[in-house]
Write a protein that binds this ligand. Structure first.
Ligand code: 5GP
Length: 199
């Protein structure tokens, strides 16, 4: 009997780690990759300037606004969003290729982008990382003393809106303790190790 290759080739899963900025999703994803090294983390494109120590193609692909917008127009992004006046996007072709190759793919993106991916690829797994609680977040923002009361209220309003999106997610992790939260994240990814997307 001839084995149909298209049936035997198994696609990888797409995991989207998202949540309000300040919830610590970057730290969690780094800890996740150290524990599950065969995951493939997508490198986003951004219009923001590199921070000290950030390298082209490793942390981000740094694009001019013109280059970014050209890629938007040509449909090169699976999703994109404006976050704090800069644009960020996930390249469509490389993510689709990795999934087709059977890799487990991780995106670390903001909630607007996460919603776009879930709409386009409903089989993707949405994981929402939440800050411990709102009063803690407000306390931290005031404690920093670097923002006006108006800016703090704007950030709080955005965090509340983003937390309300948690209901759309497949999993919600509260980042109250990095080690515990990483264990939870690893457990979720492991539970998909033998599962085809959408199964
Ligand atoms: P930062 O400038 O601190 O590296 O990232 C700012 C925010 O942009 C973070 O919340 C991060 O998750 C989000 N982000 C990074 N890459 C992407 C992306 O490709 N798409 C979207 N929608 N958000 C992204």
């Amino acid at each position: 009997m001839r084995v149909d290759e298209s049936l035997s080739a198994r696609q990888g899963n797409l995991f989207i780690v998202s949540g309000p900025s300040g919830a610590g999703k970057g730290t969690l994803v780094r800890a996740l990759l150290a524990r599950v090294p065969d995951l493939w983390l997508s490198v986003s494109s951004t219009t923001r300037a590199p921070r000290p120590g950030e390298e082209e193609g490793i942390h981000y692909f740094f694009l001019s606004r013109k280059e970014f917008d050209r890629k938007v127009e040509s449909g090169g992004f699976l999703e994109w969003a404006e976050v704090h006046s800069n644009r960020y996007g996930t390249s469509r072709d490389v993510v689709e290729r990795k999934i087709d190759q059977g890799r487990q793919v991780v995106l670390e993106i903001d909630p607007q982008g996460a919603q776009q991916v879930k709409e386009r690829m409903p089989q993707s797994v949405l994981i929402f990382v939440n800050a411990p609680d709102l009063s803690e977040l407000r306390k931290r923002l005031f404690g920093r003393g670097s923002e006006t009361e108006e800016q703090i209220e704007a950030r709080m309003a955005r965090a509340i809106e983003e937390m309300e999106l948690a209901g759309l997610y497949d999993f919600v992790i509260t980042n109250d303790d990095v080690v515990r939260a990483t264990d939870e994240l690893v457990g979720i990814i492991d539970s998909y190790a033998d599962k085809a997307p959408g199964a």
